[in-house]
Design a protein around this ligand. Structure first.
Ligand SMILES: Nc1ncnc2c1ncn2[C@@H]1O[C@H](COP(=O)(O)OP(=O)(O)OP(=O)(O)O)[C@@H](O)[C@H]1O
Length: 836
């Protein structure tokens, strides 16, 4: 048993009020209202549990009033702090406080979380509700008003808000049905709830208070604590009540809505006074039901709660009456006796509710995960189609390249065949006929004496020249033949390579087809797995929902039973009974746990399978891509090499052909003795020949024969085998030179720019041989072939080669460099000195 503790708090006098006499006096026995000394208000001394003067800081009040209530609540008792007093006396300031001067509630929130930290053996759960009674109608302050409602609390918003219904519980106390009970896990969260509710509260400016509360506000904190060791859980309610202030209508001069509010407030406070009166006098009937305020305070007044009441007064002399009234009321309150008891709670219901909430959340998570899987599957699908899209052009490109390459090769073969048909490489010159022609040609010119010797010498030289040229032609033809054979060999090789490549491409095509099939299979597998997983999730969800429904039903029946039992059994029996009833609920919870674990397991398996399939697919795709890239690269290289090789071979063949043709011309010229000693280049040689062929005029000239094999016109970049061939030719050339040192192979740099077109050379040669009729020529032939240094067989730059000539004997001008020009001025002696 415990009486209601009553405290007095005096608010300080406002700064703008001066020389005001206070209406209260504090003595050792209590507080005396001085104003009461008048006739109307007899002086009276009251006894209270504590008095706090105007300068008392908020924290001091909390330490002495609030903390005690909190401690009671944390010990498992319901505990209530009620602030009452006239309007403007500081009730709201005391309960909620202001920024920087926090009242009891914020300090209480801070304190309970501090205590939670210190009490490691307990598990805590905190819930809050915030209700206001406006015009004697309960409203939920934690439910936001509709959006149309202005944010300022200085407005009437009752029409837009839902009125709560009060219900009586088995214990006899009343509660607001459907009121939001919000869990908070930190001081900040608790403050957030407090601020939300405060901002919704009805306040208005009155004559007596700038921000007068026009409603009673009840902020409740439910504390559930479970002993970790014993498992015993207690539940308690810590309630803070900020009553609206009683108001003297003559002073406040309220009218309209404010008047209605004041009347409602005063009415409910009067009922409160009757209840207190009845309780103080220990009457059998307590008129709790007379107002909603008293209904809601049933537990705090005369119930099982520890209750502290703070009587707030504004002790100005002019407020002496209100102060005295408040103190009388406080005295009555102090006589109210409560019977506090620890509230042992069956938390299985709470746990079940939490579990249901958790299950619903898990279902939501599962839904999200399912969505994620579907999205991933779509991405995967996209990737596959992208892969197919990117691979198909590469394949077709590769096939096209191969096709082109084959065509090119065929064209080359065709060209080669045509060239061969047109120009048989075997030197099909009828040398006998030429010899005969030569003799016939020389027949009419018979020389005598010295002239005969000279002619003999000339003839001898001419024959030498012819023989050398014959050999040259033969060698060149052989080289060309060899090159052709090698080219054919290479072509064969190339065909084989291409055939292999084709075969490989076919194999790869089949491999790709197989892989595509495999990808399709994998996709099917994924779809199947996904569908199965979805089906399982759906089934699981249905089952879970059924289980939840079962739990809810069980919970309802537990509550019903609990209510029934409370009225029939003693405490101990009740606990036992509840324990029995909670068994099936626990069983449901276990079943649910198992279900959730099963879902998780299934999900994990699904995830792993998806991952595995994806890894296989990724690896195979990358391998395939790499393999194709390598093959394409290789084929490209081979084709490029082959093309280069073909080009080089063609160049080489052209080069040989030209040299061959040139040799034939020179051979003919030499034989006919119609070569000019000033032949500077092949072009000139041909021009001269043409002139000779058309005019058919006798040419009296000295003759210098030169075989012009121009090193500069050899292919610049040749494959090794071609280079070897050229070297071979050069070696043969060098050997021939050693044997027949009377002939020279000089190099003509001017050829570099003046290329004779191939198609010009070939018909000319044919025409020459078929239509030629030897003209009547006086031949004064002096064949001069410059000696060639032995280094000629090695590939030396042309300048080095020229520098080996005896320059003193060859005063060359710039146009003659590299030619055999200037030799006319040499004496026979000098020629002989060089081996002629
Ligand atoms: N102890 C105090 N220290 C300083 N200022 C105070 C104190 N008590 C009240 N006040 C100031 O007095 C004014 C009125 O206080 P408050 O609104 O809390 O009164 P109330 O009793 O709740 O009035 P109502 O019943 O009209 O709502 C406020 O401006 C508040 O700041």
């Amino acid at each position: 048993m415990s009486h209601v503790n009553v405290y007095l708090r005096q608010r300080p006098v406002a700064k703008d009020i001066v020389h005001q006499q206070l209406a209260t006096e504090v003595s050792a026995n209590g507080v005396t209202v001085i104003a009461g000394k008048t006739e109307q208000q007899p002086e009276r001394e009251i006894t209270i549990d504590g008095h706090y003067g105007p300068e008392t800081p908020q924290d001091e009040l909390f330490q002495q009033v609030g903390k005690q209530s909190c401690d009671k609540a944390l010990s498992g008792f319901n505990s209530t702090v009620i602030c009452f007093g006239p309007t403007g006396s500081g009730k709201t300031y005391t309960i909620f406080g202001e920024k920087g001067k926090e009242g009891l509630v914020p300090r209480m929130l801070q304190y309970i979380f501090q205590q939670k930290e210190n009490r490691g053996q307990f598990e805590y759960q905190f819930h809050a509700s915030f209700v206001e009674l406006y015009l004697d109608q309960p409203y939920d302050l934690l439910v936001s008003a509709p959006a149309s409602r202005p944010s300022s609390a200085n407005n009437d918003n009752t029409e837009q808000r839902k009125v709560l219904t009060l219900r009586q519980s088995i214990s006899g106390s009343f509660y607001a049905e459907g009121v939001k009970v919000k869990q908070f896990k930190s001081y900040e969260e608790g403050m957030q709830l407090l601020e939300t509710g405060t901002s919704q509260r009805q306040t208005f400016q009155t004559k007596l208070n700038e921000r007068s509360s026009r409603s009673h506000a009840i902020f409740s904190v439910g504390i559930i604590q479970k002993n970790r060791v014993t498992g015993v859980a207690t539940g308690s309610l810590l309630t803070f009540v900020d009553l609206a202030g009683s108001e003297n209508l003559s002073k406040s001069q309220s009218d309209g809505q404010r008047l209605v509010e004041t009347q409602s407030i005063n009415r409910s406070l009067s009922t409160l006074g009757f209840v207190i009166q009845a309780l103080a006098l220990n009457k059998s009937h307590i008129p709790y039901r007379e107002s909603k305020l008293t209904k809601l305070l049933t537990e705090a007044l005369g119930g099982s709660s520890y209750t502290a009441m703070v009587c707030c007064v504004y002790p100005l002399l002019e407020n002496a009456h209100e102060t005295a009234q408040s103190l009388i009321f406080a005295t009555k309150c102090r006589n109210v006796i409560n019977q506090p008891k620890i509230g042992v709670v069956d938390i299985s219901g709470i746990e079940t509710a939490a579990r249901i909430k958790q299950l619903i959340q898990e279902i939501e998570i599962l839904k999200l995960e399912k969505q994620k899987v579907v999205e991933e599957r779509d991405v995967y699908k996209l990737q596959i189609s992208e892969l197919e899209r990117t691979n198909s052009p590469t394949l077709s490109q590769s096939n096209t390249r191969q096709f082109d390459s084959e065509n090119e090769q065929k064209q080359l073969f065709r060209k080669q065949d045509n060239a061969q048909k047109k120009e048989p490489l075997q030197a099909n010159i009828d040398f006998k006929q030429i010899q005969q022609q030569h003799q016939d040609f020389n027949q009419p010119f018979s020389f005598k004496g010295n002239n005969q010797n000279q002619q003999k010498q000339i003839q001898q030289n001419s024959e030498n020249c012819i023989n050398y040229t014959k050999n040259q032609i033969k060698t060149t033809a052989e080289s060309v033949h060899q090159m052709r054979s090698k080219l054919e060999l290479k072509n064969k090789e190339m065909i084989e390579i291409q055939f292999e490549a084709k075969k490989k491409a076919e194999t790869d095509r089949i491999t790709i087809q197989n892989l595509k099939k495999k990808i399709c299979d994998l996709e099917d597998q994924i779809y199947q797995t996904n569908d199965q997983a979805n089906q399982r999730i759906e089934d699981q969800k249905k089952q879970t929902q059924q289980q939840i429904q079962g739990i809810l039903d069980a919970q309802t029946s537990v509550f019903k039973n609990q209510e029934k039992l409370m009225s029939t059994f003693s405490n101990k029996e009740l606990v036992n009974k509840l324990g029995q009833l909670s068994a099936p609920v626990n069983h449901y919870v276990e079943v649910e746990k198992m279900k959730v674990e099963l879902i998780e397991k299934m999900d994990f398996q699904k995830e792993t399978e998806m991952q595995r399939l994806k890894t296989i697919h990724d690896k195979e795709t990358i391998d395939l891509k790499n393999m194709y890239e390598q093959q394409i690269e290789q084929q490209k290289k081979q084709i490029a090499q082959y093309q280069k090789y073909q080009e080089q071979l063609q160049k080489s063949i052209m080069w040989f052909n030209r040299e061959y043709a040139k040799s034939q011309i020179i051979l003919y010229e030499a034989k006919e003795g119609k070569l000019d000693s000033y032949i500077l280049n092949e072009q000139e040689l041909i021009q001269k020949y043409l002139q000779f062929a058309t005019d058919q005029k006798p040419i009296k000239t000295k003759v210098k024969a030169a075989i012009l094999i121009d090193q500069e016109r050899e292919p610049f970049i040749v494959p090794r085998n071609i280079a070897e061939m050229v070297n071979e030719i050069q070696t043969i050339e060098a050997q021939t030179l050693e044997k027949e040192s009377t002939l020279s192979l000089s190099r003509e740099p001017s050829f570099r720019k003046k290329e004779i077109p191939e198609d010009f050379m070939q018909p000319l040669m044919k025409k020459t041989y078929s239509n030629f009729k030897p003209p009547n020529v006086t031949l004064n032939m002096d064949i001069h072939i410059s000696p060639r240094p032995k280094t000629a067989s090695t590939k030396q730059p042309i300048k080095q080669f020229e520098s080996t000539r005896p320059k003193s004997a060859l005063p060359l001008n710039s146009s003659q460099i590299g030619s055999c020009g200037g030799t006319t001025s040499l004496s026979n002696k000098q020629y002989q000195k060089w081996g002629w």
